[in-house]
Design a protein around this ligand. Structure first.
Ligand code: PLP
Length: 324
């Protein structure tokens, strides 16, 4: 698996390869995480957490399924789908690699879609479909009607909303009532090292029961539980809104800087987007300067990178190394 962000080398100084929120996190969030009670197990039923998240989303707590990160949720839901008899999984291409990796590991047939028109032409009914909304790595977003059309056809549609809190333009499309939703707020909350996420099931039916049975005991750590408990606090939501405003300004600056360097850049509604440098990048040389961009080769886009928005001083550091 290829991922952006930390690697086995020294800590990065300017990490354009991660999609995590680069803004400093509120002190109250750090304090709450530090105070997580690691001396005992969390409630094995995560009742208070599920009640709080259920309230925030307007769903019964029984439909909230904690997971130890989006990556874990993707693996578990793929296995549950297999156990329900599904054999084919549709994944966006380019798209987050874990959907296909999870399906392949289970012997499920993986099909890739480049757009919804193609998906609707080829989609059978006994299938699982992953929709990344907004999409990593493209930053594209689908219309509510497109998602509804897919959900009406597939046996299981999952909307991965990992980057919804970092949407910089447009509105979140509607979630059809039969869709599953995956929320991975550790990126927006600037804490990707805390492995915590949750799924919202459309009902408490057989697939939801199976997901519960497949979950490891205490699937979510004490600090993971705290992170999810913090998400809907008004102060945290206000900070997220400020983050989006700041990222909007910085992304405009960064796009202008890259345009002046003759980079080709795709539209996106997120703080990250796909770009093609005017000349091939020397990723190793950049890494030696503590700078990293996400090489998009593993997304099927050699010569392209996914670049995330960073503050002006990081933009300058990137420009300096590229133009030297
Ligand atoms: C679209 C998407 N979904 C899910 C994940 C998994 O994130 P995590 O396991 O940290 O929650 C990622 C991580 O990069 C992602 O980009």
């Amino acid at each position: 698996m290829t991922h952006g962000g930390s690697d086995s080398g020294p800590t990065l100084l300017h990490d354009f390869s991660t999609n995590a929120n680069p803004l400093p996190v509120p002190a109250s969030l750090s304090t709450a995480l530090q105070a997580a009670d690691r001396c005992r197990y969390p409630d094995p039923h995560y009742l208070a957490l599920r009640e709080q998240l259920g309230l925030a989303h307007g769903v019964p707590p029984g439909r909230i399924l904690p997971a130890s990160g989006g990556a874990e949720a993707i693996r578990r839901l793929s296995l549950a789908a297999l156990l329900q008899g599904l054999r084919e999984v549709w994944v966006p291409s380019p798209g987050f690699g874990d959907y296909a990796a999870a399906a392949q590991a289970l012997g499920l047939r993986v099909r890739c879609y480049a757009n919804v028109t193609q998906l609707l032409q080829e989609l059978g009914s006994e299938t699982m479909v992953w929709i990344c909304e907004p999409c990593n790595p493209t930053g594209e977003s689908l219309a509510s009607a497109q998602i509804a059309a897919v959900a009406a056809r597939a046996a299981l549609t999952v909307l991965d909303r990992a980057y919804e809190p970092l949407r910089l333009a447009g509105m979140a499309p509607a979630l059809p009532s039969n869709c599953w939703a995956l929320h991975c707020p550790n990126k927006a909350l600037g804490h990707t090292g805390v492995r915590a996420a949750y799924l919202i099931a459309p009902d408490e039916g057989a697939l939801t029961q199976s997901m519960r049975q497949l979950a490891a005991s205490w699937v979510l750590s004490a600090e993971g539980q705290v992170l999810l408990m913090q998400l809907h606090r008004p102060e945290i939501q206000a900070w997220l809104a400020e983050s989006r405003a700041q990222l909007r300004r910085w992304s405009v600056q960064q796009r202008e800087m890259l345009a002046r360097l003759s980079w080709q850049q795709r539209e996106s509604c997120t703080p990250f987007w796909l770009a093609r440098p005017a000349a091939p990048l020397d990723h190793e040389a950049l890494r030696a300067h503590g700078i990293k961009l996400r090489d998009a080769s593993s997304f099927g886009l050699p010569g392209w990178v996914r670049v995330a928005t960073l503050p002006p001083q990081s933009q300058l550091a990137l420009k300096k190394v590229i133009t030297q």
